[in-house]
Ligand binder design. Sequence first.
Ligand code: AMP
Ligand code: MG
Ligand code: MG
Length: 356
Amino acid sequence: MQLASPNLDVLSSFMTFLPSLIQLLTTYWKLILASFVIWSVIVFLRRGKQSKEYSSLLAPPVGSSPSHQASLNGSDGIPPMYHRSYSQISDRPTSTKLSSQDQEDLNVTISQKQDARVKQPYEAFLVLDVEATCQEGAGFEWPNEIIEWPVCLMRWKDKSNLGKACQLEIVDEFRSFVKPTWRPQLSQFCTELTGITQAQVNSAPNFQKVLKMFARFLARHGLIDPKSGRPIQRFCWCSDGPFDVRDFVVKQCFISKAPMPPWLKGDVLDVRRVVSVWAVASGNPETMAKQLEALGLPAFQGRLHSGIDDTRNIARVMTELARRGVRLEPNTSINTNRRWNWMGKPGEVLEHTLMF
Ligand code: AMP
Ligand code: MG
Ligand code: MG
């Protein structure tokens, strides 16, 4: 019995078609050769174009500074992940294999090629971080009185006619200590926390006087009308957390029996909240140190809980958020009529409600 061999079958079929194949090749060899040459040229040109696109993205532009090169390497302190929201990496060809580091570099470079300027609705920002009297363990429901009023005035350096900007800088500062009136004696805890001494508050003006001095500062900078106190430019209060205007100022106005000036009733931006949304990967950056770290900025500068130093560091965070193209606008509502348990008649603190 003869066994069928599939290999022999294929070979015999091939031998049958071989003469026809040779005839075809000899007849159309010019056409086949020309098609091959055209295909090779197309493949060569496409490869060249792709590698040029990648090299222009990976290499620094001609004449670029070492800092630019450093930022490509992620060594400018800005974790590349923060640039992701700007990247258009999905539009890029993916046929060539890139390492994950190359991919990160691409993200960074593409983001740098874009104009980070976004439309910014505010003309100026008043960064404020008050310090106040406090007792260890008393918490924040207590009648804290403001003892330091430090403000950094920030303005755009590069605002276009369309209102786009990304460079925010401090243009002036205001700082005054404030004399407390309900409990004029600072606790040791308060002095240790804030670095503010009894002598500094003893010789300071009271809150109403500081408000007047500060209103003159605002008027001098064209932010408010000197007579009515109404804002004449769009400015926004900025603080670390919602507490400064929402709680400390409202409490202080009650204790001082001072109506809240129109320029203090304005818009409030909680900078910490913006950072926590922006730097999702870093969790909730509750301290200034964590916020700076989350944004890849150098460590806190100065003394923590010194009002002016806290304010300047918040301003650094603002500058960085602006640089990254974050639209800076209010995110905190203020209730000027908010009442605490210890509040009696205007200016009156109900001592019996307090444990400290
Ligand atoms: P800060 O802006 O974090 O420096 O705090 C503002 C004010 O909050 C301080 O001047 C204190 O009055 C109060 N404060 C901050 N931390 C504490 C604390 N641990 N205990 C009591 N009060 C505090
Ligand atoms: Mg603060
Ligand atoms: Mg502070």
